[in-house]
Design a protein around this ligand. Structure first.
Ligand code: NAP
Length: 261
């Protein structure tokens, strides 16, 4: 039996891409999960959660919106840990990536200040470009370029070189909760891949797919760098090889019929 038995934790933004994996692994480890969704009446946002093993007994869905003051009080109350993944970002804005980065920076700064003022033991997880199998029925924004690529797009608008598997991201969150010495910020990047390396790997994995020679925007791939895995591995995290992530992403998109539409 895991140390998580009978512990109650909260996951915000449970209908997203990363959070369902977090909910799945938490239920597997025996936790009771209070999970927030914005619309509990929308089956596309809830069915994949309610179908998880252990959900019937230990998953409680709550309606909550970050833009409504006090809306999360009841689901956070009495929890041993809170995994805050919900993020209200409007991707219709001009230069959405810039706004996204600003929103994440300001949100993390506010979270550190709030934790300090209120004596909360906070740990921040900073994943790279998350990919891997989907549990939810809708396509996540970060998988869109991958889908376009495998469907034969002539150029790719943007694919970050910092790959991390969604299952590793979920696992890292739980390891941080369960490890009392976890502290500060953890970069979660399994592998940095230049676009040419990415294309080479994809050609080996999927010889029948036509892949473009060049990324539409070369800038993100201009310099070569690595992101240390040391701190994340010190939590006990074993990163999934990027080949496995790419293969599983493809298989998952195929199984969900995204490749045919
Ligand atoms: N995916 C990545 O590559 C990546 C990389 C680094 C960091 N992150 C961060 O990791 C977290 C989860 O990412 P993800 O890819 O799983 O995102 P996602 O699929 O877009 O999920 C975001 C979740 O936030 C919820 N949400 C949005 N606005 C909300 C609001 N006003 N109140 C309450 N909930 C709200 C959404 O609810 P609805 O379903 O109702 O819209 C959704 O469930 C985010 O904070 C994201 O910024 C992601």
């Amino acid at each position: 039996m895991s140390s998580g038995v009978e512990k109650v934790v909260c996951v915000t933004g449970a209908s997203g891409y990363i959070a369902p994996w977090l909910v799945k692994l938490l239920l597997q480890r025996g936790y009771t999960v209070n999970a927030s969704v914005r619309n509990p009446n929308d089956p596309k946002k809830t069915e994949h959660l309610l179908m998880l093993d252990g959900a019937k007994e230990r998953l409680h869905l709550f309606k909550a919106d970050l833009l409504e003051e006090g809306s999360f009080d009841s689901l956070v109350d009495g929890c041993e840990g809170v995994f805050h993944t919900a993020s209200p970002v409007d991707f219709s804005a001009n230069d959405p990536q810039l706004w996204y980065m600003l929103s994440k920076t300001l949100a993390e700064k506010a979270a550190w200040e709030f934790s300090k003022e209120n004596g909360i033991d906070m740990v921040a997880m900073l994943p790279g470009w998350v990919s891997g199998p989907l549990l939810q029925p809708t396509l996540n924004a970060t998988l869109e370029p991958f889908l376009k690529l495998v469907k034969g797009a002539e150029s790719v608008p943007f694919i970050s070189p910092r790959w991390v598997d969604v299952r590793d991201v979920a696992n890292a969150h739980i390891l941080a909760l369960e490890n009392p010495s976890a502290s500060g910020r953890y970069c979660l990047v399994g592998r940095v891949l230049q676009f040419s390396e990415f294309v080479k790997l994809m050609r080996e994995l999927f010889p029948n797919i036509n892949l473009p020679e060049k990324c539409g925007d070369d800038h993100p791939f201009a310099s070569y760098y690595k992101v240390s895995r040391e701190r994340a591995e010190s939590l006990g995290l074993n990163f999934t090889p990027v080949e496995v992530t790419l293969k599983d992403t493809f298989e998952s998109l195929r199984a969900s019929n995204f490749l045919n539409v």
